[in-house]
Design a protein around this ligand. Structure first.
Ligand SMILES: *[C@@H]1O[C@H](CO)[C@@H](O)[C@H](O)[C@H]1NC(C)=O
Ligand SMILES: *[C@@H]1O[C@H](CO)[C@@H](O)[C@H](O)[C@H]1NC(C)=O
Ligand SMILES: *[C@@H]1O[C@H](CO)[C@@H](O)[C@H](O)[C@H]1NC(C)=O
Length: 278
């Protein structure tokens, strides 16, 4: 029934609901505690619609209503977003959504990164494409540079999240995923998650690093599955290759590799990160 209620909206909406709906269904079990970590929250739209959806979509054990006792299950929402223009939105998300005190909300006005420092940030006219300069993307006309604080995400997760909770990771960091996900993986910080929504942005990867970026994309799910201890309910990893950021993006070396795998030609020398001749 709930799935039916959601259907109209789902079809018009993005694919992150493939993991958000099962996450909320699990968190709705009496006494559960779910955590939604929204890394790259932008204007907070995704987190806000989940907060507002709890009653609308009839998650009775999570819905805050003035007419009913407090919900028996709880959620913690955590957002990360460095862009100052979204700060006032994100600070007030809890109040804007009418959440009761059963649910917690925390906002970190920082970019998720592999260490805690200050870094240059490229602000684009389309805020969803703004990103850390450290990921080495080419500058575009109209880009504005600012300094933003960064936070060591692996250390944050390892200190803050509990393995006994239901943990959901929404990860939309505009090409920083290719640097940050390997860092999180090797530091064990992806293991506590049950549900993943990862947005990939191959278009912004330097050509010389695209082959390894595609390899990471293809192996990601299985790296988590094989490298982490199992979760009680299994994991659900949903990866989103948004067409405009992935389709028709040239990957030097991929055809040569495929030819060799299929028995033709010579073993290609794979372009390496930092190899400008590739
Ligand atoms: C980042 O910059 C702010 C303001 O300039 C400064 O107060 C802070 O100490 C810096 N943080 C780090 C980790 O360097
Ligand atoms: C993890 O558990 C501790 C102790 O119960 C609690 O204080 C903390 O808020 C929990 N973390 C999250 C993200 O809910
Ligand atoms: C792409 O990679 C090459 C080699 O590492 C480097 O010289 C070049 O500056 C990179 N391009 C951008 C836009 O960062």
């Amino acid at each position: 029934m709930r799935r039916l209620l959601l259907l109209g909206w789902l079809t018009a909406s993005v694919s992150k609901w493939h993991t958000i709906v099962p996450f909320l269904e699990a968190a709705n079990k009496p006494g559960s505690h779910g955590v939604m970590l929204d890394v790259g929250a932008n204007d907070g739209g995704s987190t806000l619609s989940v907060m507002k959806g709890l009653c609308k979509w009839s998650f009775a054990n999570l819905c805050c209503s003035k007419k009913a006792p407090p919900p028996v299950s709880s959620l913690t929402f955590i957002t990360f977003e460095p862009q100052p223009k979204f700060r006032s939105n994100l600070v007030d998300l809890h109040a804007a959504s009418g959440l009761c005190d059963t649910h917690k909300y925390e906002f970190y006005p920082a970019a998720a990164w592999s260490e805690t420092t200050n870094l240059s940030f490229v602000e684009r006219r389309d805020s969803r494409a703004s990103l850390l300069e450290a990921v080495k993307v080419s500058r575009k006309h109209g880009d504005r540079m600012t300094q933003v604080p960064t936070l060591d995400l692996a250390s944050f997760i390892n200190k803050k999240l509990n393995w006994t909770d239901l943990n959901f990771l929404k990860f939309d960091v505009e090409v920083a995923e290719y640097s940050l996900l390997p860092n999180l993986l090797t530091r064990g910080a992806l293991c506590p998650f049950d549900y993943f929504f990862v947005e990939w942005h191959l278009l912004f990867v330097n050509e010389s690093q695209r082959l390894e970026a595609v390899a990471l994309r293809l192996a990601f799910d299985s790296l988590i599955e094989k490298g982490c201890p199992p979760r009680p309910r299994g994991r659900r990893v949903f990866e989103h290759d948004e067409t405009e950021n992935n389709k028709l993006v040239k990957v030097p070396g991929l055809t040569e590799r495929a030819r060799w795998q299929n028995g033709h030609g010579y073993m290609p020398t794979a372009p390496k990160s930092g190899d400008s001749k590739a």
